[in-house]
Ligand binder design. Structure first.
Ligand code: G2I
Length: 358
């Protein structure tokens, strides 16, 4: 039986069951009034339960400064099975000056995750942005910068070894046309820096899954072709790469139609795909029609992952519209997250649940 036929059969059986329960429920209501001490008939579900039912994880980026807010931390702890450091594991936070490491924010995230039985997604080891001036300034020759990069990876991945399930080893290494971004690592070390970074991460934490992560690679396009060629070539060379992160910073009404096909071609190479930073923004102000389109878009995106066995999970980039990076970077746009400014669930929340098949 194909997966689609199997799913249709399960849905049909579930429909029969629900109809049967409804009839049974109304008959029972007439004969046996529900007693006040009876447990609630429906249990409040969570994104986490929906994701687990499809064998996947659902994550969010965690803003360290908000963990002390009880509303924020209660949603973060109950709704998600994976947490990504939004900022606290980035280079500028962890090694702001050479040789001086600060793991306090990352350790807080690990403690939070362990208290709530969540996996930790490490973000990110090698990235051109949020890179302190002592590295980005270009003052190092190739041998020195190689040492700096490898030391950073060894210290950071080594510190969190055993606690981080996945690392974004290299982030945003490509231009839109599929060529390499001219970061300080690329211009100083050349193409080989990516393979070297993955080898260093593997040496520091052999058990973490190691990913390359980028935006605008959700559809089949020049940029995702560039990443695809790189991943093929790394695998051919025996470089320890396990996964590709599609960040998925998307726009309402513009989900790429070939997202699932693109997930499939990467998983056919033998790597996992994860949707690592989903948000779906709109032109403000929001209205009911845009929020409904956003619900559909969240469902489409998550369902594309659920449809492909090698797509391991989906992470949203923030919980509430109040805390999202979007309005700061795209003035006039926003409302990109599953919870609104008052931490109320939006239709997008139901779209995620539906996308996991629940
Ligand atoms: O830009 C959205 C995401 C794209 N992919 C990589 C992600 O790491 C990136 O996340 C964002 C964070 O959500 C923002 O919170 O990365 C931004 C920086 O590139 C983060 O913003 C920065 C602010 O620009 C800084 O002013 C602030 O000091 O966060 C910093 C730490 O709070």
């Amino acid at each position: 039986m194909s997966p689609h036929v199997r799913k249709a059969a399960v849905v049909a059986a579930a429909g029969t069951l629900v109809a049967g329960l409804a009839i049974y429920g109304s008959a029972q209501a007439q004969e046996e009034p529900v007693q006040p001490h009876d447990p609630p008939v429906t249990q409040q579900s969570t994104l986490r339960a929906a994701a687990e039912a499809s064998g996947r994880f659902v994550g969010t980026a965690i803003n360290d400064g908000l963990l002390s807010d009880p509303t924020y931390s209660s949603i973060a702890s109950s709704e998600f099975s994976s947490v990504t450091a939004e900022n606290v594991m980035k280079w500028e936070a962890v090694q702001p000056s050479q040789g001086s490491f600060d793991f306090s924010g990352g350790d807080r995230l690990v403690d939070f995750a362990q208290a709530n039985d969540q996996q930790v997604w490490g973000h990110t080891l090698v990235w051109h942005s949020q890179l302190p001036g002592w590295v980005s300034g270009g003052g190092f020759g190739a041998d020195e910068l190689r040492g700096v990069m490898n030391d950073h990876i060894a210290e950071v991945a080594g510190h969190f070894a055993g606690e981080v399930a996945y690392w974004d080893v290299v982030n945003e290494a490509f231009n839109e046309d599929g060529t390499r971004r001219q970061s300080v690592f690329q211009t100083t070390l050349g193409d080989g820096y990516i393979a070297e970074a993955f080898r260093a991460a593997d040496a520091a934490d052999p058990n973490a899954k190691l990913c390359i992560n980028d935006y605008n690679i959700e559809g089949v396009n020049a940029k995702s072709d560039g990443v695809y060629e790189l991943v093929s070539s790394l695998l051919d060379q025996g470089v320890p790469i396990d996964c590709v992160g599609f960040q998925s910073h998307l726009i309402v009404g513009q989900v790429p139609g070939d997202l699932q096909q693109n997930i499939e071609r990467f998983t056919e190479l033998g790597v996992e795909v994860v949707l690592t930073e989903i948000d779906i923004r709109m032109t403000m102000p929001s209205d009911a029609a845009k929020l409904e389109q956003q619900r559909q878009d969240y469902e489409t995106v998550v369902a594309a992952c659920t449809a492909v066995p090698g797509c391991a999970g989906a992470t949203v980039w923030g919980i509430s519209d109040r805390d999202s990076w979007v309005p700061d970077v795209f003035p006039g746009e926003g409302a990109a997250c599953p919870w609104d400014e008052n931490y109320q669930r939006k239709p997008a929340y139901d779209g995620i649940v539906a996308g996991f098949g629940s």
